[in-house]
Write a protein that binds this ligand. Structure first.
Ligand code: FES
Length: 929
């Protein structure tokens, strides 16, 4: 079969049933990405004779005689105008969607459909999880750089590329052509040592449990072993007899050891039972189908409240104290209690008390790049893993433990990762790939499908009970929070999510009497895990809804109520632990500015009218706070080296998955060293190349790795200056750093001269402590259709205190992306589960937000500088998510007079609330006044 791809003739037969995307990728054209396999996400979009198609649902054999164009073939050496506009507008974060998006846009440009009016309809087949679409819309429709007037509080669009400049992603030119290598793009010229060895890569697939709770009586693998192409079959008899957690933290004991690579007991529908390694994915899947498993069914429990009951089935009763499960005899993974003052007395002193219960749901991360790993043995017999991870060093360390290897015996690295949102702070593929490589000695690849992702992890659903009282002046007298989190079948991240969830959500308020009770409980549901915000979003939904109601009862404006009660500069932060954490302070304070900025923007309005006269209009807001670094240790070591050609090589272990750290770290280095960003090269996320880094989670890319880079570059600067003075005898005060070298007393010394007498290099470590806090305030004006329950967002504003905004364009993108993800999960996204069985296994059933679903959010930045952050910066990755659901709920409450207390706030739920309110006189929340 012959066809043309990006101007090259290709002669390759299509396999029966093969899709065009697979054929293209197998022939080295890897700009089309694999995001869903169902024609939903558009990451695989290509042009066939000029018409855009989703190549994952386009039969490969139909390509015969046709001309295929991928993103790599859109431009020549120079990017097209559209590609250039994507770079200038920072219209991507991870960039996994970008190649497909640009291909579709190219066709729309040809047909004249690149207009604000047509895009929502025409681009609905291309999903982006990271950006919220604003920057994409700007890039496609106007070409304006990504600074809107509302960003006037920060410098933007500077021609400089140091700190404060809106520098586009360093990899931008490659991303818009689809040639920046992601995990599975293996032949695209990445660093030499990261290339998969030549020859076939075996494929791994798993058998998953159809039962929610069962003991495996027997597994017959003979059928699988007889399938042509099958090389190996693994069951519980073949894996290390060691318990571990898929969750990864600096201190591995922070998570319970309750998981076995392939267990004899299955505890949720979808759990791995066996793995098959074969020459092809088709053979591996055929092998999986040929395995016969006999199960003994066990009683299952799906509701966390029922899981706590006396006679409930126990999921991990056999585990001992070494597993660090809080109470395996009651299904309790982790418990949190904290007290300060006397809540009972505080409630007695209140003139108004609100008491209520809020429920949050299962949400999927939907990073467009699914989890995947490729492993092989290098020339020295060392295990090498190329994997989609946020935590390469922690994965390496756990694999060492599981397989009894030394650290020097394993290399783990990540290329650019197609986003993660916390889900790649887990080890979901690396363990089986390592097992298969070590057992077969051959290269092996394992990649989750989109449906697999829905069976693998989600946000912790929570029941949050809040009791809050205030006096006549609107000052809080008591705040009590009771949380029950559904951990699912395994406890990965549950303790951390629980403790964090009741941390800053409670600590953000000044209140003399606080009480926190929390439990994370095992059920036979899909395991919950780390997800942007790490529990705070769920608890804040309850707390901020309750306090909004309290303000309403007292007759106080919600902004004013918050001003009276929120923490101020110099306050201690008393959260769920009941006492201040010793290394957590308000080192800089912009919450007051955030309140003012959001309120002023809401009052100013944006001119968007109500959709019709019968729609109900309401406004709402909510604040949020988050620590800039997680507690209990987060470490990064950076190296900075001046090379003879004038470039500075930075090595930092943190991963780039759309958080923009590689660009911002280069900006920090350029600023400190007085050079430009073109003179900075960065190597990252590779256990062979960089020193230890705990990982890219907890919003630490800038606050920890950035501090290490800043310190290393400051030291390098000193070394360079000393060398220059030694070489010239000039006055050290009369110097200026310039790109490629240093000028001393008017004489320019090139880097080659400077390093001629020896290497100039510096190393610095930051251990993530002490820590500060970031703040966000979100405000909405919404319209609700009373006959249908439909909610439309008329105005969305988020004010953020990110300290010094190192890169306003990227930081704005982070805020917009977090808001977009939060709006999706607040209004409609939901993993629906029946008796532990996931019913929403595709993107079209799950309802990931499309361009047409999301409003434009005004992003405003407070002006602060944090002494604990690099050059004054604070974190801004997770926190924009957290205030959105309660702000939206408060606006809906304002509009309809009834309070939504369950997420997602779908149209049918809102409609039912309105219907019930018409027929029920009883108040929906406990009230005493
Ligand atoms: Fe669109 Fe990451 S940038 S999915």
């Amino acid at each position: 079969m012959r066809f043309q791809v990006d101007g090259e003739a290709v002669d390759r037969a299509a396999r029966p049933g093969q899709c065009l995307r697979t054929l293209l990728r197998e022939t080295g054209h890897q700009a089309p990405k694999k995001g869903c396999d169902a024609g939903d996400c558009g990451a695989c979009t290509v042009l066939v004779d000029g018409a855009a198609v989703h190549s994952c649902v386009y039969p490969a054999h139909r390509a015969e005689g046709h001309t295929i164009t991928t993103a790599a073939g859109l431009g020549t050496a120079e990017p097209t105008d559209l590609q250039r506009r994507f770079i200038e507008n920072a219209a991507f974060q991870c960039g996994f969607c970008t190649a497909g998006m640009l291909v579709t846009a190219t066709e729309l440009e040809r047909t004249g459909d690149l207009t604000p009016a047509t895009l929502p309809e025409k681009l609905k087949g291309n999903l982006c999880r990271c950006t919220g679409y604003r920057a994409i819309t700007d890039a496609l429709t106007s070409g304006r750089p990504g600074c809107a007037p509302n960003d006037a509080t920060v410098p933007c669009g500077s021609r400089s590329d140091g700190v404060g400049a809106g520098v586009g992603a360093l990899a931008g030119g490659r991303i818009v052509r689809g040639v920046e290598p992601f995990t599975m793009d293996v032949d695209m010229g990445e660093q030499d040592s990261g290339k998969v060895p030549p020859g076939e890569v075996l494929r791994l697939e798993v058998v998953r449990s159809p039962h929610a709770h069962a003991r495996i009586v027997s597994i017959d693998t003979a059928g699988a072993e007889a399938v042509p192409g099958v090389r190996a079959v693994f069951t519980h008899a073949d894996v290390p007899d060691l318990l571990y957690s898929t969750a990864r933290h600096e201190i591995r004991e922070d998570d319970p050891d309750d998981t076995v690579m392939l267990d004899r007991i299955v505890r949720f529908r979808g759990q791995r039972v066996a793995a098959v390694v074969a020459d092809s994915l088709a053979a591996a899947r055929a092998g999986c189908r040929a395995i016969r498993v006999e199960y003994e069914l066990l009683p299952a429990v799906f509701d966390p409240e029922e899981a706590l009951a006396e006679q409930a089935p126990l999921l991990h009763a056999e585990k001992g104290p070494e597993s660090r499960i809080a109470d395996p005899g009651r299904n309790v993974v982790a418990a949190a209690q904290g007290r300060v003052g006397d809540v009972t007395a505080g409630l007695s002193a209140a003139v108004e008390v609100v008491q209520g219960e809020w429920r949050t749901h299962r949400v999927q991360h939907v990073h467009l790049e699914t989890h995947g790993s490729i492993g092989w043995l290098d020339r020295d017999g060392r295990l090498v893993l190329r994997t989609s991870t946020q935590v390469p060093f922690l994965v390496r360390d756990e694999l060492c433990r599981l397989f009894g290897l030394e650290r020097s015996g394993i290399r783990v690295f990540a290329t650019r990762v197609g986003s993660g949102f916390g889900a790649k702070q887990e080890m979901f593929t690396e363990d089986l790939v390592a097992l298969a490589v070590l057992k077969t000695g051959l290269p092996v690849q394992y990649e989750l499908t989109r449906s697999d992702e829905f069976l693998t992890t989600c946000r912790h659903p929570m029941r949050v009970r809040v009791t809050a009282g205030a006096d006549a002046d609107g000052l809080l007298t008591a705040l009590a929070v009771d949380v029950l989190a559904d951990a699912g079948a395994y406890g990965n991240h549950s303790a951390g999510v629980l403790f964090h969830g009741v941390g800053e959500s409670v600590a953000i308020y000044r209140c003399p009497n606080k009480r926190v009770d929390g439990h994370a409980v095992y059920t036979n549901n899909v395991p919950s895990g780390a997800f942007r915000g790490y529990g705070l979003g769920q608890v804040m939904f309850g707390v901020e809804s309750a306090l909004d109601e309290l303000a309403r009862r007292i007759g106080m404006d919600p902004f004013e109520f918050r001003r009276r009660n929120l923490v101020r500069a110099g306050d201690e932060l008393i959260g769920g632990a009941g006492h201040a954490e010793p290394d957590l302070t308000i080192a800089s304070y912009g919450l007051d500015q955030c309140l003012d900025l959001a309120e002023q923007a809401l009052r100013r309005g944006n001119g968007v009218p109500a959709p019709g006269p019968d729609w109900l209009i309401g406004e709402g807001m909510a604040p949020a706070m988050i620590a800039t670094v997680p507690p209990r240790g987060h470490t990064s070591t950076a190296h900075a080296t001046l090379l003879a050609d004038g470039t500075v090589e930075l090595r930092a272990g943190t991963a780039e998955f759309g958080n923009g750290t590689t660009t911002v770290l280069a900006q920090i280095a350029a600023t400190v060293l007085g050079t430009d960003i073109a003179h900075i090269v960065i190597r990252h996320a590779d256990t062979d190349v960089t020193a230890h880094d705990t990982g890219a989670f907890g919003s630490t890319g800038i606050t920890v790795a950035g501090r290490a880079v800043h310190a290393a570059c400051a030291q390098l600067r000193e070394h360079v200056l000393r060398r220059a003075v030694a070489l010239t005898g000039a006055d050290a005060d009369r110097h200026i750093f310039e790109p490629g070298g240093i000028r001393v007393d008017g004489r320019f010394l090139t880097a080659a001269t400077l390093v001629a007498d020896g290497e100039l290099t510096a190393t610095a470590t930051h251990d993530g402590t002490p820590r500060s806090v970031s703040f966000n305030v979100h405000a909405f004006r919404v319209a609700v259709q009373p006959d249908t329950g439909e909610v439309r967002i008329l105005h969305s504003v988020q004010a953020a205190d990110a300290g010094t905004v190192l890169n306003p364009v990227q930081c704005r993108g982070q805020v917009e992306g977090g808001v977009a993800q939060a709006i999706g999960s607040a209004l409609y996204e939901e993993i629906r589960v029946e008796q532990g069985e996931v019913r929403t296994k595709t993107l079209r059933h799950y309802h990931l937000p499309q361009l047409s679903d999301l409003p434009r959010t005004e992003v405003l930045f407070a002006e602060t500088a944090d002494p604990l952050g690099p050059l004054g910066a604070k974190s801004m990755s997770e926190s924009p998510y957290n205030p959105v659901a309660p702000a939206l709920a408060n606006a809906i409450r304002d509009a309809i007079g009834v309070r939504p207390q369950q997420l997602p706030m779908t149209a049918d739920r809102i409609w039912r609330l309105l219907r019930d309110a018409r027929t029920t006189a009883a108040p929906h929340l406990g009230v005493r006044g």
